[in-house]
Design a protein around this ligand. Structure first.
Ligand code: AMP
Length: 401
């Protein structure tokens, strides 16, 4: 089976054509500057890369370009559209309605639209991507895979904020969590690598990229996660502050004469590693600056590592212990230094990192010492594969009915 995975942003669209059974990626690519002018980078496996400006006035035009290059006689990987069996869409917010991936129909579209107020930047872009695909490929089955769905197993004590209950019932204020597809994927792979059933394991997954979150995956289910009502909650990130005292918002608005919207914007785009260091939101730049003696870059790294360390501790407390810690995403997969720093002081949880084994990048590995009672792992995330697998499963189930 071949599944086209689509991740639509407001002016971008990432895609991958893959076989979820063999895990072969046939091609992947990125459309950028949609609605502005347009640029397409298309990377077919084993063939020349196409990287050029292409007119893309809207998402529909972008999808048409993607389908056309997938069938191109030089850059293409399929001969005709019939080879694409289904389309899987990443959708950021599924609210409380979507606890699993679903085949898209009119009712599902209404559900995704009803979540727009919860994700005003992301869900409209995802909807545009789905609608564009429906227009261009009306006969293909489509599946929505939600970032929030995996966390819908959290118990109320974990997902509720201690605010007036009517804020929850009337305004949907609660913790939803994000990066669910990634946390689910790496926890499954961790069980495979450890060679024990997922249903027996308590795993703290650390998705540390430009956005960062941890998840307590107990016996295969998310029971808690660090992101909340929005991706702002929890860990400090590239440009996001992470959890802060809510009173700071009004205080700083008064002190600096900012509107609430501006404060929110600063907390989202000018805080985190960038805000503290004044150097960059990118951990590579931070590590380089810190090595040259930049104290604020070092402080930003210190804050990040300290908070991740504490979060792993709270994952262990939430699950009554921790059998494994998993690192994934840009920082988690690439920075041996940060992984080592984060694990410092967690030996009391039976987690001992092996400096030699930790000297690895971007590939699956167990990086704890052989005598470490619990395991530490590096697992590159693969949200596209997870989306393709869910899509294939649901489309097959649909065929069985
Ligand atoms: P992601 O959001 O998962 O794409 O991750 C992006 C983050 O990963 C950026 O902050 C990058 O600086 C970071 N990253 C990528 N490669 C490295 C590396 N070799 N060392 C440290 N951080 C890295």
């Amino acid at each position: 089976m071949k599944v086209l995975v689509i991740n639509a942003g407001s002016s971008s669209l990432k895609y991958q054509l893959l076989d979820p059974d063999t895990e072969d990626v046939l091609a992947k690519g990125l459309c950028e500057r949609i609605g502005i002018d347009g640029h397409l980078k298309h990377t077919p496996t084993g063939k020349d890369v196409f990287d050029a400006d292409v007119d893309m006035p809207d998402h529909e035009a972008a999808i048409k370009e993607v389908l056309s290059i997938l069938q191109h006689n030089h850059y293409g990987v399929i001969t005709n559209m019939d080879e694409i069996d289904a389309v899987g869409h990443r959708v950021v917010h599924g609210g409380e309605d979507f606890t699993h991936s679903v085949v898209i129909d009119n009712k599902v579209m209404r559900g995704i639209r009803s979540c727009v107020p919860l994700a005003p930047l992301h869900n409209p872009a995802n909807i545009t991507g789905i609608e564009a695909c429906m227009d261009v490929m009306p006969d293909k089955p489509m599946v929505a895979v939600f970032d929030t769905a995996f966390h819908q197993s959290m118990p109320a004590k974990a997902f509720m904020y201690a605010v007036p209950y009517r804020w929850y019932t009337e305004n949907k204020v609660r913790r939803y969590g994000f990066h669910g597809t990634s946390h689910q994927y790496v926890s499954q792979r961790a069980a495979d690598l450890i060679g024990r059933p997922l249903e027996e394991l308590r795993i703290a997954t650390c998705h540390l990229g430009n956005g960062a979150s941890t998840c307590s995956v107990k016996f295969g289910k998310s029971i808690d996660t660090s992101m909340g009502f929005t991706p702002q909650d929890g860990l400090p990130m590239g440009t996001r502050a992470g959890a802060i005292d809510a009173a700071i918002t009004e205080y700083i608005a008064d002190q600096r004469g900012y509107s609430a919207k501006r404060v929110e914007n600063v907390l989202n785009k000018e805080s985190g590693m960038l805000g503290v260091s004044g150097v960059s939101s990118d951990f590579r730049d931070l590590e380089a600056a810190a090595n040259e003696g930049n104290e604020r870059a070092q402080l930003a790294i210190d804050i990040f590592c300290y908070k991740v360390t504490k979060r792993i501790g709270s994952c262990a407390a939430a699950m009554g212990g921790v059998d494994a810690v998993v690192f994934t995403a840009g920082v988690g997969e690439n920075s041996a230094t940060l992984r080592a720093r984060i694990m410092e002081g967690l030996e009391f949880l039976g987690l001992k990192i092996d400096p030699e084994k930790n000297n690895v990048r971007g590939k699956e590995a167990i990086i704890s010492t052989d005598d470490s009672p619990n395991k530490i792992l590096l697992i590159p995330t693969n949200e596209e594969l997870m989306i393709a697998r869910d899509t294939a499963r649901l489309v097959r189930e649909m065929g069985d009915k």
